[in-house]
Design a protein around this ligand. Sequence first.
Ligand code: IPM
Ligand code: MG
Length: 354
Amino acid sequence: MDLKIAVLAGDGIGPEISAVGVDVVSAVCARFGHNVEYAYAPVGADAIDKTGNPFPEDTYRTCLWADAVLFSAVGDPRYDNDPDAKVRPEQGLLAMRKKLGLYANIRPIETFDCLIHMSPLRKEIVEGADFVCVRELTGGMYFGEKLEGDERAYDTNLYTRTEVERILHTAYAYARRRRHHLTVVDKANVLASSRLWRKVARELAAEYPDVETDFMYVDNAAMRMIQDPRFFDVMVTENTFGDILTDEGSVITGSMGLLPSASTGEKTPVFEPIHGSWPQAKGQNIANPLAQILSVAMLFEHFDLLEEAATVRRAVKASLDANIRTPDIQVAGAPAYGTREVGSWITAYISTMH
Ligand code: IPM
Ligand code: MG
């Protein structure tokens, strides 16, 4: 197939892991006979430096041209400690989500047996945990009406029935492909917006009788995730709760540097690691590229190129088994490999494996 990919590397370690992601896409396409074309575009602090805008119009057009966006990370300490900054790198990410209509953010939380010892949780609790968080991504407090005064400030947690219905359908589709269990996470004991979620979910549950639907308050879900993460199969929740719970999810498996995500909706889908831009590590060739590489696997899965995706996953597993690992996950006593070295080992594996 012909594949057009917009590459948005962004800030911090973004460019380094992005380069590895592109190499992996190229290796897979060469192996399977696909034609791939790339277009590079700035986003985040990089785009502010170049154009004054964290998601410039040209970058948006490049995304529309592409079949998929390979995104890395945005964020820069120059903005973090300045509450008065008029423009921030993160606004680029939010603008991209909104303009591309990416209402469904899929964040799989998976454990890798060989990394379980790095989890802050006991092995017997976390072993085998494998769930997907379906996070609503273009509504709620992130985008509702705001007031930012010196004496009063608010954010509005607005959701419409249509927004809730479409994300629930996405979540049910995932549940049907997995273990047929959906947990709707909300705060319906306090929030009106959550009561709408619950009402709509109860109605839709009747359309999916083969899926077991349950409801959980978000505070309870945060607790359950560390007490009994294997309880979950698919969870679906609003934008803000999903932001918080997926950070929690990303560390319980001991492997934050390994978690990819997909954002889909109306226009071009985006594939990105869930970790951030880690500015302290910028340019040091120490960032773990595996989450970016696994985002490439999700990209191929999105286009139903399942063998291609499986090849990427197998190569990642092989690199872990061979201890070709960056310092964050290297086993004691073994030499640590750089971002580029892990990347080239994996691309070589993809090109030559039988
Ligand atoms: C995420 C990030 C973003 C969010 C930030 C960078 C705006 O934390 O993708 O989870 O809050 O959605
Ligand atoms: Mg977050």
